[in-house]
Design a protein around this ligand. Sequence first.
Ligand code: COI
Length: 355
Amino acid sequence: MNIEIAVNQIEKSALAHLDLNDVSFGTTFSDHMFIADYLDGRWQDFRITPIEPIPMHPGNAVLHYSQTIFEGMKALRRKDGTPVLLRADAHAQRLNKSAQRMCMPEIPQELFLAGLRRLVDIERNWIPHSEWGFLYLRPYMIAMDDSLYPIPSKKYKFVIITSPSSSPIYGKPVRLITESFYVRAVKGGIGEAKSGGNYSASYLPAAEAKEIGFDQMIYLESPDFKVIQEAGTMNLFFVIGNKVVTPSTTGTILRGITRSSFLTLLEDNGIKTEVRDITIDEVVQAYETGNLKEAFGAGTAAVVSPVAEIVHNGFVMSLPPISEQKIGASLKADLAAICRGEKKDKWGWTVEVHS
Ligand code: COI
């Protein structure tokens, strides 16, 4: 595929007015964006432009039927400052799985990677230097037909924007409550696709959980509300005895890339993992017998979010103090060390970006 990217670079970066050490997740955008259009059955017109609104007809299909998918990924720095992309191939593949489910055209992996590399190269100064800072990369695809007819669009836009963050999305250990009314996804639905509606569908349960003092809910599989799925934006891990257990991906939960990196790192560190159905009853039982040692959420934006407390049907499970929850913390440190180049990248997860 011939990938020529036209670049229109701004003269003065907005970075001059920003403290990269103090920017919260998702609130600030870098100077440029990558765009490609899908027209007449092919991707074309690859360009990097100053970040600007996307003009849209009020009848645009994406506004009405949510034919939209996205990825959440990161650019970080090696110790010497060189930008690196983390698990870019895996994100490209997952975007295409989401595209299949949502009846959208796939993005050739080389186009995805070329757009990403070029954009990150241009925006390299936006990658925070701080220990836990990152440049969040948000590739996404939207339907672009001006039509209210509820069928897949013929036109699409693939866009990449970037947003610096000085720290992961959740600042402190989270309090979680199990959800036994709302469901996030059912087998055969779109829970596995990274599609916008999966996230906005969580707003109401999350707001209700917040009202009673929780950060997020743990979704359980309907209709029995026993099998654990995931927290609103994170995959979940439980340390039970000497094993780390995480729910299997059976179509309802996101195939988290951080989740997959953690499973690999755990196995590499000789820690026993189990990927299987896990019920909330099993977690309660482990708690009652003193075997629930740790729980944490994992995601690109969250990295590792330690769990302080889980409440199920009024039963409060207080997890050990964060200083004793060592496994999540060591996974976070290992992944950061791989990105910084301090630990061997045995699996080729990082790609350096050079001009
Ligand atoms: C991510 O962790 O990248 C996510 O996709 C969660 C996001 C919705 C904040």
